[in-house]
Ligand binder design. Structure first.
Ligand code: SAM
Length: 339
């Protein structure tokens, strides 16, 4: 096949043969938290202008085209997705697209107590809540918001509402919360919730990332298995986390190891940013603008052509980080990409 993305079979295949089936849709770059591994300092934040943010019709149109090209699973994210008013409406629209098998969400949990039931009613399948500490003062320091009790209530509400799966994401950072890994695991096990530890990636706004702050997945497994016998379940095809089952049957543990053991070779994800850029890789530096096509009366075919070309050029993955390797300006922080 020519190196052009002129594919005849109309699937989201890149030049390495990887095929995208999952989509992360960021609905806003705004967040009411300020996690130190994500956002810049308050005075340095410049939010995307409101008129550049896609409305629900525009998001639906793009998701519809992406689905016609093979996307099956959608995760709604941000910024903080639940800051977007009437999000249930968008959930319902995406759930109704033929070919979509599931719609899940990643959230900081702040609005979950109030929203879990209506989101479930709209057809949301599951929710992943970010929880990086169980100590109030530390939670506030890491997340930039004194909100631990409210987030914990949100998790209970999500379970009560029947969202399934309810998962926890925890970014482990050396010197900040790496001494809490067993406590977080115990919290999750008590509720039969899956917990995933994510290695800190160089996508933070403060510029505090360095390799010393990354807690490698292997280190977590070594520490956890001294207390809880674990059984390795491996990483399913195109999954981000390698799974470990607690041998006593009380839940499982996932490790997302982009830094120590990247899993980019079978990546099946693409991202749509809140301002309508298609990102074929979390570490991509090229942002493919779909908003101008949608806003200038482009047809679904034109959208599909642009998307196919963008996906074709997907970088190899986490190894492609010119802002680390060659000192380039980092294109965006995590909140404006959509984690
Ligand atoms: N506001 C929501 C939340 O807090 O979950 C959704 C957006 S947030 C960007 C999505 C996920 O990305 C969260 O689980 C967060 O912890 C993770 N994340 C953000 N910055 C990260 C970084 N530099 N390295 C690793 N994970 C990061």
């Amino acid at each position: 096949m020519a190196d052009s993305g002129n594919q005849t079979d109309r699937v989201l295949r890149d030049r390495k043969g990887r095929i995208a089936r999952k989509l992360r849709v960021s609905v806003t770059d705004r967040c009411n938290f300020a996690c130190l591994f994500c956002m810049p300092e308050k005075e340095k934040i410049s939010w995307i202008a409101q008129e550049q943010i896609l409305d629900f019709d525009e998001i639906e149109k793009i998701v519809r085209v992406l689905t016609s090209l093979g996307i099956e699973k959608v995760r709604i994210t941000g910024g903080e997705p639940l800051l977007r008013r009437d999000l249930e409406d968008l959930v319902q629209r995406i759930v109704s697209i033929r070919g979509i098998r599931s719609v899940d969400m990643t959230t900081n949990g702040w609005h979950l107590e109030r929203k879990a039931l209506s989101l479930r009613g709209a057809g949301l399948r599951g929710v992943t809540v970010s929880l990086h500490s169980l100590r109030s003062d530390r939670f506030a320091k890491i997340s930039g918001m004194d909100a631990l009790p409210r987030v914990l209530r949100g998790i209970e509400k999500a379970l009560d509402a029947g969202l399934n799966p309810v998962k926890i994401n925890s970014v482990a950072i050396r010197g900040y919360n790496d001494d809490e890994i067993l406590d977080l695991i115990e919290y999750a096990r008590e509720r039969r919730i899956s917990i995933r530890f994510i290695e800190f990636m160089p996508l933070d706004g403060l510029g505090m990332w360095n390799y010393d702050r990354v807690v490698p997945g292997k280190e977590i497994i070594d520490a956890v298995s001294r207390k809880y016998p674990l059984e390795a379940r491996g990483r399913g095809a195109s999954e981000t986390s390698s799974l470990w089952r607690f041998k006593d049957g009380r839940g499982d543990l996932g490790l997302i190891t982009p830094m120590s053991e990247p899993f980019c070779d079978d990546c099946d994800r693409v991202r749509l940013t809140a301002d309508g850029k298609l990102l074929s890789c979390l570490f991509d530096t090229e942002y493919h603008d779909l908003r101008h096509i949608v806003r200038n009366g482009g047809t679904e075919n034109e959208l599909a052509d642009s998307i196919l070309k963008a996906v074709w050029k997907k970088p190899d993955g986490v190894g492609y980080m010119p802002w680390i390797k060659e000192g380039w300006a980092k294109p965006r922080n995590m909140n404006a990409i959509g984690g």
